[in-house]
Every structure is written in structure tokens, then in C-alpha cells.
Design a protein around this ligand. Structure first.
Ligand code: FMN
Length: 391
């Protein structure tokens, strides 16, 4: 009989009692707003990276300092938004802005914001090839405990080769990234939920007498997010996560997409999944002002950075970027997301159309969060309630 490492050292098998005594037994829906019953959930996206979602020199007071990122999160928290989602980025995209090049690491960012906020969900976005599941699962657990069950983990496979090369490895082929991600998340799930210790013998990971304590606040695991849009990515989301993020252009495509993701999760994996989108939101008193603000972002855009992103995206064999060339403006003004530009009424109408096409929410980029969040709170949120897409 082979002895385990624990047995060789004379260590007792882990006693599950201390953990079962300290783990708060709670329904994730009670603590994590991402699982609440708002028809159209709202969040902010990319407030940990320079220029956020806009590749442009258009004027903004937004800056990457801890004080500012914290104050934006606190405003979003007080307004009752559901989530803060950061961008995982290790190097900028060049151009005249070196877009997103000044960027806070997301697990540590989430830990800080978890302590600084009260109700909003805080996500970390994790490039799975850059972090071992044992380290990530424990970091996630710690943030989940700090936040009292408000943590979410956005699982990304890494689509930017220059970033992955910083870690000394070769970028895996597209679908193999998801095979790696599958083994990664199964490993993390065991760490979050299994009592005692276990061995891992996978294609990518091996481990002996592996264990992780304490367990996260949310049982059996924190809310999981993924933004895979290719067939392999949709399959990964349907199989593993609570919310898929989609990058799409037309309402017709959105409707087909949201149905596909939900049906796949239900029929193939017996699971429920929500779908959300992202984009730049520009609200002003008049349509003319809103359009002018959007146009200024484009006119003062960093076409160099946009070109670099598109070059990488087109070489990355990802279906979701097939139309990237025509999407230059959308990359500059909203990272390729679905833009909503207009008066409060027009923006709410846009949200309603997204919701009717099956979107359960939107994470937003803003040109200047300090300037725009108060107007969003006072003029957009009440209209969303009137429109029946929030309560
Ligand atoms: C809302 C959203 C957030 C994303 N966040 C990141 C990120 O922070 N870092 C990153 O490298 N990729 C990020 N991505 C890219 C996705 O991980 C993924 O590569 C892309 O959606 C294409 O997926 P596919 O290859 O399955 O089509 C994000 C995508 C979306 C839609």
C-alpha cells in the first residue's frame, strides 16, 4: 500500500469539524447581488485600468489611483448597482494612450474593494494560465470571506499572446485554452467544496494530499463568470459558470445567442445560466449632447491602440472578432461592446431592448464616472423601474 504524504509524516487526515463550524451556511442568493431577481442587472466594467473602456484622449477626470477606484466602487455600491468587474491586463496595447497599460491586479483590487464596500458584488478577473488553482481558490475564498459572500470570479483563458509570453509560456491553441480551463475550474471546485484531502492526476495539474481551508462564504463556490463567445467558450460557460458575458452587435444576434447559451446549459448540463453584455453608456440631457460626447471619444480616439487590439484579435482565431475591422470605432468607444448613447429615456429604451433580447444585465463603461454616475442614479435608474426592468 502506498502511503500518502500526510500518512508518511504522521499527520492526521484533515478534521472537517473546524471548517464546518466556521463556514457560514448560506444560500448564495442571499449574499451575492449577481444572483438577485433584478431583470436587468447593472455593473461597472474596467475601473481598474487606465482609460477604462475608451481608447481615447477625450477629456475625463478618471485616473488610476487607489483613492479614485475606491470612490467609484463606493458610488456604485450606494446606487445599488450589482457588480464591479475588473479587466485582467498585464501590459498595455501601445498607441498614444498605451491603452489599459496602467492596471491594478484584480484579486488584490477585489480584496480592497470588498472591504471598502457593503452590498455590491466584487469580481476578480483571472487569466487561468497565470495562476495555480490552489493559489487562486484560496485568494477567492479570502475575498469571499472579506466581502461576506459578495465575490465573483471571472474566468478568462488569455487571448493576448504578448501578455501570455510575459509568463514565459507559449499561447495554447484556442480550444485547448478551454480544455486547460476545464481542468483548472474542476480543481478549484474541489478545493472550495471537498472535505479532507485529495489527489489530482490531470493532464495539466498533479497534486498529492491537496486541501484548502477555510471554504468560501458562498457554498459550494463563489459566483462564476466567463466571457467565452466561441463554440468552445459557450460550452465552457454552459458547463461551469453562473453568468456568460457576450460581445455582440445586433439585437437579432443577441437573441439567438442568449437562447443558445441558456438552452445549452439546460439541455446538456442541467444548469441555469444568465447572460449579460457590456458597453459604453453615454447619457446626456439631449440626444445631440450625448452623440457629441460619443463622437468626441471617436474623434480623439487612439487609432494606434485600436489597431493593435484588432490585429491581435484577428490573429486569435476567435469568432467573436470576425467583424473587428468594421468595429474600430466600437473598440475605441467601448472596447467592442454594445454602445448606448442618448437621453435617459433613449438609454433605458436601449436597455429594455437588450433585456427583451434575453440579456439579464450590462456592465458599463463610462467616459467620466464621477461626472456621469450621479446623473445615471437620478435620471436613468428611476426610468428603468418605470420600464419594468428594475425594481
Ligand atoms: C465582458 C468581457 C470581459 C472580458 N474581460 C477580459 C479580461 O479582463 N482579460 C482578457 O484577457 N480577456 C477578457 N475578455 C475576453 C474573453 O475572455 C474572451 O477571450 C473573448 O470574449 C473571446 O472569447 P472566445 O475566444 O470564446 O470567442 C473579456 C470579454 C468580455 C466580453
Amino acid at each position: 500500500m502506498t502511503l500518502s504524504a500526510n500518512e508518511r509524516l504522521g499527520l492526521a487526515a484533515t478534521d472537517p469539524r473546524p471548517d464546518s463550524e466556521t463556514r457560514p451556511v448560506q444560500d448564495r442568493r442571499e449574499t451575492n447581488p449577481l444572483l438577485n431577481d433584478q431583470p436587468m442587472k447593472l455593473g461597472l466594467f474596467g475601473t481598474n485600468c487606465s482609460y477604462g473602456l475608451i481608447m481615447s484622449h477625450a477629456p475625463s477626470s478618471y485616473e488610476i489611483t487607489w483613492e479614485h477606484t475606491k470612490s467609484i466602487a463606493r458610488q456604485a455600491d450606494r446606487m445599488g448597482l450589482e457588480v464591479m468587474v475588473p479587466v485582467a491586463r498585464w501590459k498595455g496595447f501601445g498607441g498614444s494612450t498605451n491603452f489599459n497599460g496602467n492596471c491594478f491586479e484584480t484579486y488584490t483590487w477585489a480584496a480592497g474593494l470588498a472591504e471598502a464596500t457593503e452590498n455590491i458584488a466584487i469580481a476578480a478577473t483571472s487569466h487561468l494560465p497565470t495562476v495555480h488553482p490552489i493559489v487562486a481558490a484560496k485568494a477567492a475564498t479570502t475575498i469571499d470571506r472579506i466581502s461576506g459572500g459578495r465575490f465573483a470570479l471571472n474566468l478568462v483563458m488569455g487571448w493576448v499572446p504578448p501578455e501570455m509570453e510575459m509568463f514565459g509560456g507559449e499561447q495554447r491553441q484556442h480550444d485547448e485554452r478551454y480544455a486547460f480551463g476545464q481542468e483548472w475550474i474542476e480543481y478549484a471546485m474541489r478545493l472550495w467544496s471537498e472535505q479532507g484531502s485529495f489527489d489530482v492526476d490531470g493532464a495539466y495539474f498533479q497534486g498529492r494530499d491537496v486541501e484548502s481551508y477555510p471554504k468560501p462564504h458562498q457554498s459550494p463556490n463563489p459566483v462564476l463568470l466567463n466571457a467565452g463567445n466561441s463554440p468552445a467558450g459557450i460550452d465552457y460557460s454552459a458547463r461551469n459558470v453562473d453568468i456568460n458575458f457576450a460581445s455582440l452587435d445586433t439585437l437579432e444576434n443577441i437573441k439567438t445567442y442568449t437562447e443558445t447559451v441558456r438552452n445549452k446549459a439546460r439541455d446538456e448540463y442541467r444548469r441555469a445560466i444568465d447572460v449579460m453584455t457590456y458597453g459604453l453608456v453615454v447619457v446626456r440631457d439631449t440626444e445631440k449632447e450625448a452623440k457629441a460626447a460619443f463622437q468626441q471619444v471617436v474623434d480623439e480616439g487612439d487609432w494606434g491602440a485600436a489597431g493593435n487590439v484588432i490585429k491581435i484579435a484577428l490573429s486569435g482565431a476567435s469568432q467573436s472578432f470576425d467583424h473587428a475591422r468594421e468595429m474600430s470605432e466600437r473598440f475605441i468607444a467601448g472596447w467592442g461592446g454594445y454602445p448606448l448613447v442618448g437621453t435617459p429615456e433613449q438609454v433605458v429604451q436601449g436597455m429594455k431592448e437588450l433585456n427583451e433580447a434575453g440579456m439579464g444585465g450590462m456592465i458599463m463603461g463610462l467616459i467620466d464616472p464621477d461626472q456621469e454616475l450621479p446623473m445615471f442614479r437620478d435620471e436613468v435608474l428611476p426610468l428603468m423601474v418605470e420600464a419594468g426592468i428594475r425594481h
